[in-house]
Ligand binder design. Structure first.
Ligand code: ATP
Ligand code: MG
Ligand code: MG
Ligand code: MG
Length: 562
């Protein structure tokens, strides 16, 4: 597509009501606009990404043999009265009357509609099991819509419902959805965790899991055990309390973002020079899932740490190896007497990673491939790091750790709650009436888009993972008035289009600097810049994620990219 006429209204300023990275960037990159609180318009780029996520969800649903249908957002009140939720659901339910004074709701979810459909259409065990789903607009009058499309009042959800003859069947249907969710969120490029969840308002008899995109802006607290892998929503883990320090994480998110503003703030918070901080934050090499933990503020701690690790298979890393790995010289964070909560942030990040590099402020005291819990005793570690650990894990007694998560998906075993209320029955092999055994499965499609942005950005803008990127390649002639540049760029654009590559062509007259700023902001993975070097037969290839660039012969472009 050509950019000149495409509706991508990028903003240089951060909208004042946007509190979190994804909301800011989705506004700034021209993906969405708010119509009224919690209700959004998706502009071309936002819509494209939404459709990509939708396509992944659809493919994985179909792969698990779920069948797609489409029902209305409008639901008659009678169904909700039958299920008992007309009274139970509360003010989140958007209700309205038609001209005949009949009550309706705008569906926040569709258990009633799907159950009544099955009640009417299926009466024999021969037609079961079946899983049906839709990708459709949901309405919830959220008390506090916020974070852009993360908590909206109108949003896109994939909701699926399974109907089985018995609980053994439900277990299988549930497992199929659970597996499909893992495939889906992996393909979306999310760093997530599947956790045991609380039944909540939908209720039900069996198990339930939530899929949580890990993020410090997440509204849910996740408890997890570094030893046995137990992971649950804090609401489910009744006996576990969140230590005070960790409850305050939200206030500290600013130090996670290595942009100039946060560096300034962090520097003044720590009372150190800005350049010290820059060095430290640059340690993070997200793509490789490596974070440097700043262990030990003094040599005594460094040595204690070394002793702890000596008995493990964690290998020591020389300072120059770290430099090669991270592209940065190792350093150490700030002065002695670091604020305790800051250390927790560092540890917090590390325990979520499998191959952390941990290190010290002393030459050659860094280690790679460390996994707290596996490689050293978490309690000793916590003691050494002065971390307040959680209560014991309900499965294995190790002190638990905490994460924050954005709930992007949820799977429930409902049992017969709805089939009983709505009388969804079938005849079994003996001609006896039985209740269908149900499961329900939701994915917040629009929320997933925001969660992806939340995890994939830098100070210049979004960095789309390839599978969900609105375009794969961004072709940018620096000066469209230069005939040669324009022609070469246009040819590359047309060649790639003909080969089925999704390309955005920046045919705007704007200055190069402004075009590049926009390109960084909207985050297309690969950029081809057509500039002065066309005369020698070259264009520049640049990767958004790494910033790495190289010259490429014009004739090579399509073959290199395909
Ligand atoms: P939350 O705990 O965030 O309020 P929920 O548990 O009420 O979500 P479910 O009823 O489990 O949500 O709905 C299935 C999925 O729909 C959720 O996992 C989430 O991804 C998405 N979702 C729920 N509410 C919203 C919302 N207000 N805006 C965007 N997506 C939402
Ligand atoms: Mg909710
Ligand atoms: Mg929830
Ligand atoms: Mg939920």
């Amino acid at each position: 597509m050509k950019q000149q006429k495409l509706l991508i209204p990028t903003l240089r300023e951060v909208p004042s009501d946007a509190e979190v990275t994804s909301h800011k960037l989705m506004m700034r990159a021209g993906l969405i606009r708010q119509l009224v609180s919690g209700v959004y318009t998706y502009l071309p780029l936002g819509f494209k990404v939404l459709k990509k996520v939708e396509a992944i969800v659809r493919e994985e649903m179909n792969r698990s043999e779920a069948q797609e249908i489409l029902t209305s957002a409008i639901q008659p009140a009678e169904l909700w009265q039958e299920s008992g939720r007309w009274d139970a659901y509360g003010p989140e339910l958007m209700r309205f009357k038609d001209r005949h004074d009949r009550d309706f709701v705008l569906g926040p979810t569709h258990e009633e509609v799907f159950t009544s459909l099955m009640r009417d259409e299926i009466n024999s065990y021969k037609k079961l099991p079946v899983t049906i789903y839709q990708i459709q607009t949901k309405y919830r009058d959220e008390r506090r819509p916020r974070f852009g499309v993360i908590r909206a009042r109108e949003f896109i959800m994939k909701d699926a419902y399974s109907f089985d003859v018995d609980t053994a069947g439900l277990d299988e249907s549930y497992q199929a959805m659970y597996d499909a969710y893992h495939r889906t969120f992996k393909r979306c490029g999310l760093n997530y965790r599947a956790i045991e969840a609380d039944g909540g308002a939908i209720g039900g008899e069996g198990g339930t899991h939530e899929f949580m995109a890990l993020s410090e802006i997440g509204e849910d607290t996740i408890v997890h055990c570094p030893t046995c892998g137990f992971a649950a929503n804090i609401e489910k883990a009744e006996n576990i309390k969140v230590p005070k320090q960790q409850q305050n994480l939200e206030e500290l998110t600013l130090i996670e973002t290595p942009n100039q503003k946060s560096i300034k703030e962090l520097a003044s918070f720590l009372q150190v020079e800005e350049k010290t901080i820059i060095k430290t934050l640059l340690y993070k090499a997200d793509e490789q899932q490596i974070v440097v933990l700043i262990a030990g503020d003094d040599e005594v701690n460094d040595i204690k740490l070394k002793n702890l690790l000596d008995a493990t298979n964690v290998s020591m890393l020389q300072d120059d190896e770290i430099e090669a790995l991270l592209g940065q010289k190792p350093g150490f964070l700030g002065p002695k007497g670091l604020p305790a909560n800051l250390r927790i942030i560092a540890d917090y990040k590390v325990e979520a990673m499998n191959n952390a590099v941990i290190g010290a402020n002393k030459k050659d005291y860094h280690y790679k491939n460390a996994n707290p819990g596996r490689d050293f005793n978490v309690e000793q570690f916590a003691d050494l790091r002065n971390i307040q650990l959680g209560d014991p894990c309900p499965k294995c007694n190790t002190p638990v750790l905490f994460d924050r998560g954005i709930e992007v998906g949820h799977v429930f075993k409902l049992g017969t709650k709805y089939s009983k209320a709505l009388r969804a029955k079938f005849l079994d092999e003996n001609g006896k009436e039985q209740l269908m055994v149900m499961g329900c499965y939701g994915i917040g499609v629009s929320r997933t888009v925001a969660a992806i942005v939340e995890q994939h950005s830098d100070e210049n803008g979004i960095i789309w993972p390839k599978e969900v990127a609105p375009f794969h390649v961004h072709v940018i002639p620096i000066n469209v008035k230069n005939e040669k540049q324009y022609e070469v760029a246009l040819n590359i654009y047309n060649d790639l289009l003909a080969k089925g590559v999704e390309v955005l062509f920046d045919d705007r007259l704007d200055r190069a600097g402004s075009k590049f700023k926009d390109a960084d902001l909207i985050g297309i993975p690969l950029r081809i810049v057509v500039g002065g070097k066309v005369d020698e037969g070259f264009v520049e290839l640049k990767y958004r994620k790494t910033g790495e660039s190289r010259d490429l012969e014009i004739t090579q472009v399509t073959s290199v990219l395909l």
